[in-house]
Ligand binder design. Sequence first.
Ligand SMILES: N[C@@H](CCC(=O)N[C@@H](CS)C(=O)NCC(=O)O)C(=O)O
Length: 220
Amino acid sequence: MRLLQFSTSHYCRKARLILGYKKVAYEVENLTPGVHILRVKPLTGGQTVPVLLSEDGAIGDSTQIWHYLEKEYPDRTLILGDRHQQQQAQLLEDWLDESLGVATRFIYYHYRSGEGKSIDPSWFSQAIIQIVKRQYNINPRAVTLATQRLEVGLNILGNSWQHQPYLIGDRISIADITAAALLSPLALIPHYRSQYPWLFERIVEIHQHCGETLPPGLGG
Ligand SMILES: N[C@@H](CCC(=O)N[C@@H](CS)C(=O)NCC(=O)O)C(=O)O
């Protein structure tokens, strides 16, 4: 099993958390943003990572990777026993994937190119950040909207994560894994560290649960 990834991508972190939770052996292949398309497109027809190379072929998209791993390695399942709770977990996963994960990307790259430039001011890192900002059209207005969306989202997640270890039910689900991965870039941003301390406690716990290295800012 081989995971094609960007080492810094939060969607790739989600795939690693799932693999780690299920204790599946795999190796990573780190790709360079931009030229990654030459490797990825012939495999999946798409242009995003993560891509999992298995004996059954190439699987693109973190949700499809989860479905595949759940089918092949059902033992350590991330599917909740209660059907209604499982539906809620999948709804949260989709919302995190499509909304909060994207908002986090906008806020993170905006921060890294401005106030947080000192995290890595190197020419190479700043060039990648500028490419990403252009690719996703990360401009001040979009960042403001993303910030508002994230605030609403964190308040919703806080209703459970602030008081209990899991977002839905009494054990880990795909919702916890997805939130821990997709919100992890916020660990480098002081505003979020001071406003949402419970978020980073949960992110650390989920990483420990999955045996995954902690994200930058939290010890990784
Ligand atoms: N819905 C996809 C999103 C993956 C995604 O957005 N990956 C980004 C890296 S964080 C990517 O590959 N971007 C490169 C591109 O779009 O060319 C998933 O869950 O796998």
